[in-house]
Design a protein around this ligand. Structure first.
Ligand code: NAP
Length: 166
């Protein structure tokens, strides 16, 4: 049983702009598609509104206190309950955003798929764990270890971190 986070951040920790992503990166979209397909995905209500419809081939769980889900979409009022609902369908769900869920999930996730987008972008949603350090460094400070680090197009890095045993 693995709980994963999948997130893309730039050098300032930006993750979102006006309800969408601050960048257009097809390779990252393909990476997201490949890694999450067949799994349950857990997302906040605003991320759900951006996605607009259930992500195909995945069980969709939305965390919200007030959302009425369409048929086939699950809703839970807390991350813990969302993880429990997701695990009824998939032992290895993914937390796919946004900011608050990423921060909360960092404390309980076993694995983080981190896409490092070079540069700084206009943004209004950020995943910043510690001021002044990169997301990778902040995760390492919390006991995560880099087990994969692949260079993609345009200087993007696809990094996988797992929680260390020690
Ligand atoms: N770069 C990336 O990897 C990535 C990934 C995902 C999203 N994004 C971007 O991030 C932005 C959206 O993120 P966001 O942080 O603004 O919103 P969000 O987390 O998607 O949604 C926020 C809402 O979700 C519910 N929620 C979130 N965490 C909760 C928790 N721990 N407990 C209970 N309820 C919780 C609440 O809904 P209620 O108010 O209904 O109770 C809250 O108002 C968009 O721009 C999106 O494109 C980027």
């Amino acid at each position: 049983m693995t709980l994963s986070i999948i997130v893309a951040t730039d050098e300032a920790g930006a993750i979102g702009l006006r309800g969408g992503l601050p960048w257009d990166h097809p390779e990252d979209r393909a990476h997201f598609e490949r890694e999450t397909r067949g799994h349950a995905v857990i997302m906040g209500r605003r991320t759900w509104e951006e996605v607009g419809q259930p992500l195909e081939g995945r069980a969709n769980v939305v965390v919200s206190s007030r959302f009425t889900p369409p048929a086939g979409v699950l809703v839970a009022p807390t991350l813990a309950e969302a993880v429990a609902r997701a695990r009824e369908l998939d032992p290895s769900p993914f937390v796919i955003g946004g900011a608050r869920l990423f921060r909360e999930a960092t404390a309980i996730a076993d694995q983080v798929w981190l896409t490092e987008i070079p540069g700084r972008h206009e943004a209004d949603a950020f995943f910043v764990l510690d001021e002044g350090v990169s997301t990778r460094e902040a995760l390492e400070a919390r006991g995560f270890e880099v087990v994969e680090d692949r260079l993609g197009e345009g200087g993007v890095r696809f990094v996988r971190l797992v929680r260390g045993r020690g």
